[in-house]
Ligand binder design. Structure first.
Ligand code: HEC
Ligand code: HEC
Length: 468
């Protein structure tokens, strides 16, 4: 997704500015020290809310509890719309293909509910655009467990790791963390020519005015005696706000209903292979997975980990020739240092770095890593095991290593376990270790995704009327 970033819609006031609800957020806020985030505490706030307020909207980071203020803060009859009403509206918007220029693509087309709001198929990148024949650069991430990542920072203090030292860049949304807030993010696919392909805000508003839920939108959000649908700025603001509310709804986006969650609740046992996989996952000398995909939270009162620390790393993932932009041998998607993200292009030390994704529901994915180059978990795990002991397998015979990164940036590629070979030159993970790791990763699948494809039926995206 190459869409614009930055708060360019929210700049004009008055808007339904979304501010922090301090009572709920006191823990999260107290840890944001002049842009430096302390992981342990920030995550505790999230998980604590997830645990004790299952029916409420979640707020996990300093900028993420939606509270409405300003001109549009009141809806019909001067009442603030309820969270439930906004979530219901946001869900309709998320599943509405009539908001795309093709009439065939909703948010849910790429972020499929039956696949943990990740891609519905094994394509590395999803088609989109006016004729549904455009392709962006990156694999569609799962939207589960994305509620409130920390805002992007270049200087992240990781309490669980690195002895509380600066661990470098972390946080933000998308593979390169270039946007912080869900409502800012939601505008990007709507305007991206390779995705929903609207020409501008007026185009989006015109489509929403014709949507089946337009009357509901108007009734819920208009001030007495006015029609919100007459106000373009108001429509865009509320639309993005409704999507943001929806993306924080626990039942769709963070049910914490996997076998692993039940294990943490003391209601399930791990099998012998799952247990072995869990040990390898956590062992700093073997899988070392938990270093970047934490399997526990640092606090004794917080239970549910998200399996990402939102930190950035360069893994040297192989180039994917199936991505159209890669036909140009001089083109590289370098993540944090560009070209999609623009503000860190003078930081060569960040080139090749992408944000660690959550591993929850990873077993239902069929394309992996930012460029979707792999199509099975086994391939991913084998890559971790043998990237540096058998590089030909991954980059081709006689080919240079790390072939999706110009040689001058190869020093950025992570060399810790599991990549670092054993002193005898052997991989740290055996084929059996890989089986066990896979067994463990299977325990991270939410209950509703175990019985496919039935959950999809309710939520399938069909072309808008008048579109083939
Ligand atoms: C054509 C497929 C496609 C469509 C349609 C689409 N997305 Fe995405 N989405 C992506 C891709 C690809 C990314 C990763 C972009 C990047 O890293 O640059 C992404 C990223 C995201 C993220 C950030 C996730 C993270 O890991 O931080 C959110 C949130 C999101 N999309 C929500 C939406 C919403 C809301 C809509 C509809 C308004 C939507 N998407 C429509 C493909 C799509
Ligand atoms: C140094 C940090 C680090 C370590 C250690 C690490 N990962 Fe990752 N992981 C990442 C990053 C960063 C990405 C995304 C890289 C990209 O797409 O370029 C990733 C991606 C993945 C993916 C792909 C998920 C998706 O949605 O596409 C899987 C699966 C995965 N890791 C599993 C593991 C396992 C299992 C281990 C241990 C054997 C492990 N990781 C160790 C940082 C790490």
């Amino acid at each position: 997704m190459n869409g614009p970033s930055g708060p360019f819609v929210m700049a004009r006031s008055p808007q339904p500015v979304i501010v922090r609800r301090s009572a709920l957020l006191s823990v999260g806020e107290s840890v944001s020290l002049s842009g430096i985030l302390l992981r342990g505490l920030a995550l505790s706030a999230c998980a604590w809310l997830g645990l004790t307020l299952p029916t409420r909207l979640q707020a996990c980071s300093a900028d993420d509890i939606p509270v409405l203020t300003g001109k549009y803060s009141k809806g019909a009859h001067g009442q603030e719309p309820t969270q439930e009403a906004l979530v219901a509206l946001g869900r309709k918007i998320f599943f509405d293909p009539s908001l795309s220029a093709s009439g065939r693509q909703a948010c849910a087309s790429c972020h499929s509910p039956a696949h943990g709001f990740g891609p519905p198929n094994a394509l590395p990148v999803q088609p989109g655009g006016l004729r549904m024949d455009g392709f962006g650069l990156r694999a569609t991430p799962s939207l589960r467990y994305q509620h409130g990542p920390q805002a992007f920072t270049e200087h992240y203090i990781d309490l669980m790791d690195n002895n509380g030292q600066d661990s470098g860049p972390a946080g933000g949304r998308t593979w390169d963390g270039r946007v912080n807030q869900a409502r800012e993010q939601a505008l990007m696919p709507l305007l991206d020519a390779q995705e929903m392909a609207n020409h501008g805000l007026s185009d989006i508003v015109a489509r929403l005015r014709r949507a089946p839920y337009a009357a509901e939108f108007d009734a819920l959000l208009s001030l007495p005696g006015t029609h919100i649908l007459d106000d373009e700025e108001g429509v865009i603001s509320w639309m993005l706000t409704a999507i943001e509310f929806y993306e924080q709804s626990p039942e769709d986006f963070h049910p914490f209903s996997s076998k692993y969650d039940d294990y943490l609740r003391g209601r399930a046992q791990l099998s012998a292979p799952e247990k072995r996989g869990f040990q390898i996952f956590n062992d700093p000398e073997r899988g070392n997975c938990a270093k970047c995909h934490p399997s526990v939270t640092p606090s004794s009162t917080v239970i549910f980990p998200r399996f990402t620390d939102f930190e950035f790393a360069a893994l040297g993932v192989p180039r994917n020739p199936r991505i159209p932009a890669n036909r140009d041998a001089a083109f590289f998607d370098l993540g944090l240092c560009g070209p999609v993200r623009h503000d860190l292009s003078d930081h060569p030390e960040y080139c090749g770095m992408f944000r660690a994704p959550t591993l929850r529901n990873v077993a239902v994915r069929r394309s992996f890593f930012h460029n979707g180059v792999f199509h099975s978990l086994r391939e991913v795990l084998s890559f971790y095991a043998t990237r540096d002991t058998d590089p030909q397998r991954w980059y081709g015979r006689g080919q240079p290593r790390y072939n999706d990164l110009p040689a001058r940036h190869h020093g950025n590629v992570n060399q810790e376990p599991p990549f670092k070979p054993l002193p005898n030159g052997q991989p740290r993970l055996s084929p059996r270790d890989i089986d066990d790791l896979q067994a463990f990763l299977n325990t991270l699948t939410d209950r509703d995704l175990m019985s496919q494809p039935s959950p999809t039926k309710r939520l399938m995206v069909r072309p808008a009327p008048g579109h083939p």
